[in-house]
Design a protein around this ligand. Structure first.
Ligand SMILES: *[C@@H]1O[C@H](CO)[C@@H](O)[C@H](O)[C@H]1NC(C)=O
Ligand SMILES: *[C@@H]1O[C@H](CO)[C@@H](O)[C@H](O)[C@H]1NC(C)=O
Length: 277
């Protein structure tokens, strides 16, 4: 598996240890099975690639992040091929889960339209930034469905305004950055409407994360993710066990040395497995 084998995603290392995955399926990045499959494979590769410490998920398409599910793709809405529809649903769910399962933090840089499956995708990301003028919608009720690939499961856990979330999910109405911030969906809105500025900010943020110990950032993602689905007590016990192994990493010494010598610390890669761009 190499990053360059993708057709609908452009892959690039805009900075050391930062992998950019830019969806590129004009005109609107309709979320198709192929797009889902390519995203899933790339996230799985990135998860075990020591050259990658942070992933930025973005779109090269001017119109936006994604208009949501490709309704006209085979299997999506055709009753004739019920099994194809089930398989497709499975593929699309697995892709969203691959974001959450990815050992490396995933930062979403959202611009333009972000509807339906777009919400599923970003709700599985770890940090979300949006551009000015982004239009979001939890669109599924408008096509007579409940959101089916993760929005309804993940959004309540990653946002902080239940009443607003229910309102938006029940009405499918569009909302902008101001409400996305009130909802707790995005951590900030970046000036500029296109993908350039928001992506730039996301990469700058990724660079900061990538400069830290990869053991520390991987563990932090893993433990925050664990805490989301467990009690505080369970989380504490698990963290204790986890850190017993992790504290042995050379990263602690490297970080403290860097601190005392006022030099950026250099951390060893996580493992030897490599993927080619
Ligand atoms: C986050 O939690 C989910 C559900 O327990 C799990 O499938 C996934 O692998 C976890 N991700 C990480 C990075 O630990
Ligand atoms: C939830 O959203 C509403 C409507 O935008 C807002 O007035 C309210 O302050 C928000 N509540 C919290 C707890 O953020």
């Amino acid at each position: 598996m190499t990053y360059s084998s993708a057709q609908l995603i452009r892959c690039e290392f805009p900075a050391e240890h930062v992998l950019l995955l830019a969806m590129n399926r004009p005109p609107v990045n309709a979320y198709s099975d192929q797009l889902a499959r390519e995203l899933q494979l790339h996230l799985e590769t990135a998860s075990s690639d020591p050259d990658v410490r942070v992933v930025v998920l973005s779109s090269d398409v001017e119109k936006g992040f994604t208009a949501g599910l490709d309704l006209f793709a085979t299997g999506t809405l055709s009753h004739k091929s019920a099994d194809a529809a089930r398989t497709a649903l499975h593929i699309r769910q697995r892709c969203v889960s691959a974001i959450q399962a990815c050992d490396k933090p995933v930062i979403a840089a959202v611009h333009g339209i972000c509807f339906g499956a777009g919400l599923d995708l970003i709700s599985a990301c770890d940090v979300r930034l949006c551009a000015e003028g982004t239009v979001f919608s939890i669109k599924e009720v408008d096509i007579g469905l409940a959101a089916d690939i993760g929005s309804l499961q993940r959004l309540p856990r990653v946002t902080s305004n239940a009443s607003l979330l229910y309102e938006l999910a029940l009405t499918a109405r569009t909302f902008g950055p101001a409400e996305a911030e009130k909802l707790g969906l995005v951590s900030r809105t970046v000036t500029g409407k296109g993908f350039e500025r928001v992506r730039h900010e996301a990469i700058e943020l990724a660079k900061v994360v990538a400069s830290k110990s990869p053991v520390a950032t991987l563990s932090t993602k893993h433990l925050l993710n664990y805490s989301r689905e467990h009690t505080v007590q369970e989380g504490l016990q698990y963290t204790q066990a986890w850190n017993m192994g992790m504290v042995q990493a050379n990263d602690v010494t490297a970080a403290i040395q860097g601190f005392t010598m006022k030099k950026p610390p250099v951390f060893e890669p996580l493992s030897e497995k490599k993927a080619k761009l």
